[in-house]
Ligand binder design. Structure first.
Ligand SMILES: Nc1ncnc2c1ncn2[C@@H]1O[C@H](COS(=O)(=O)NC(=O)[C@@H](N)CO)[C@@H](O)[C@H]1O
Length: 419
């Protein structure tokens, strides 16, 4: 969310953000509504003052004057409550539009409508050259009985899976390994529920635009989050954090649920795109300073890259385009890991800087060293998400006989050179 004062003071920049992020929002309508709300507030104040002035005169008034004063006070009161109803409706309409206001994108973000405009900024590690015909992750799984990808669909429907045997163990250990790595970088490990109230999704930015992507529990008016970012954004909602408690750093672990309503036909084979998965999430609440946010953005990215380097997975870092980064982002860098069977890189991580766009929605503030209270900045990044990460992990490290040689970092974890 952008502050209305920011919008009024930066109308051109906001109009440009609307355009380059392909957002449907009429800024003129927002500013008109804001004008009407302010006018109504002034009018109501005036009426209240009038009514107070009248009642102030009431007690000393002559008897015949009291009736007239009483009528005037009642009239002013009635008029004020009429205007208050109108103010409520206009304020609601204004807030709904403000939720759609896009954050100003990073000046270095490629301009474009979607991921086709994304730019590769760095490539690390070399895709393996197999001396044999490599298998894809489903074939490797079937050969080693490492998952059930078929009978489970009669239980849970499409895009579900069971990991089995050593692959089930690997996923759990891998998540613990990632949690410890991020915790080792000073982030507080925290396990969060996927269950959350609708307000948490409005605060994080998933709502109102992506409700159809989210599982709903209607009887309780609860929803299932697709990322720990939802809970972590609202954990400090309404608080004023003291400056010496910043930055707040969380390594959030949670199950993640996504309807993938918009992905029909995409990645239907195997583990790339499923309805339920697990993720270790990096989350930062820091002071409202662009340079501080930029520093944290680089740190979050470097941490995710260090995990991929330890897993010996070749990857590339992407500068995400204005049309692909989404409403609330100032800047987004995705990391894409090499998937041999596809012969291309696929997104496995997403690192975002949001400045105060989320903090305004979630009302996360802090008292600076100067004593002033401001909205904070927030950032988030994937540390590791499974089962998607298993796809490049299995495929890149497969051997000719269909086994998987573990990267050194995992050999001790799994007590063997091979999965
Ligand atoms: N349907 C899915 N199935 C499997 N993995 C998924 C799915 N959706 C997302 N992921 C994994 O979760 C990662 C983060 O998802 S994201 O939407 O891009 N970004 C976020 O959720 C941010 N909070 C940063 O983690 C993705 O890069 C991917 O690795």
């Amino acid at each position: 969310m952008l502050g209305i004062d920011f919008i009024k003071g930066n109308r051109e920049a906001v109009e440009r953000a609307i355009e380059v992020k392909c957002v449907k929002l009429d800024l003129g309508e927002v500013l008109n509504l804001d004008g009407e709300v302010r006018a109504l507030k002034t009018e109501i104040e005036k009426l209240r003052a009038e009514r107070n002035a009248i009642s102030g005169r009431f007690k000393d008034a002559a008897p015949e004057e009291k009736a007239e004063l009483g009528r005037k006070a009642k009239e002013a009161g009635a008029r004020a409550s009429e205007l208050e109803a109108d103010l409520g409706a206009k304020q609601e309409a204004l807030n709904a539009l403000l939720l759609l206001a896009p954050n100003i994108p990073y000046e270095g973000a490629p301009i474009g409508p979607d991921e086709s405009a994304n730019v590769v900024v760095r490539t690390e590690g070399k895709p393996p050259k197999f001396g044999f015909e490599p298998l894809d992750h489903v074939e490797l799984i079937e050969k080693n009985d490492w998952a059930d990808l078929s009978r489970i669909t009669q239980v849970s429907g499409s895009r579900t899976y069971c990991l089995k045997g050593r692959l089930a163990l690997l996923e759990t250990k891998l998540m613990g390994w990632a949690l410890e790595k991020i915790a080792g970088a000073g982030f507080t490990p925290i396990t969060v529920p996927a269950i959350a109230r609708p307000e948490a999704f409005f605060n994080q930015g998933q709502f109102p635009g992506h409700m159809e992507e989210t599982y709903h529990l209607p009887e309780d008016d609860l929803w299932l989050a697709g990322t720990a970012e939802v809970a972590l954004t609202s954990l400090h909602s309404g608080e004023i954090i003291e400056a010496d408690k910043l930055p707040v750093l969380y390594a959030g672990y949670s199950p993640c649920f996504r309807r993938e309503a918009g992905s029909a036909g995409k990645d239907v084979r195997g583990l790339l795109r499923v309805h339920q998965f697990v993720k270790v999430e990096q989350y930062v609440i820091c002071e409202a300073d662009a340079a501080t946010s930029a520093e944290w953005h680089s740190k979050l990215l470097a941490l995710a890259e260090s995990l991929l380097q330890a897993l010996e997975i070749p990857y590339q870092v992407i500068e995400t385009s204005t049309g692909d980064m989404g409403l609330g982002k100032y800047r987004m860098n995705d990391i894409e890991s090499w998937v041999p069977s596809l012969g291309k890189y696929r997104e496995t991580h997403s690192c975002s800087t949001l400045h105060d766009w989320q903090a305004r929605r979630a009302n996360i503030r802090y008292r600076g060293a100067d004593g002033k209270v401001r909205f904070a900045h927030t950032l988030n990044n994937t540390a590791l998400a499974s089962p998607r990460i298993l796809v490049p992990l299995l495929e890149n490290h497969q051997t000719e006989d269909g086994r998987v040689k573990l990267p050194k970092a995992l050999q001790e974890l799994m007590g063997d050179e091979f999965l």
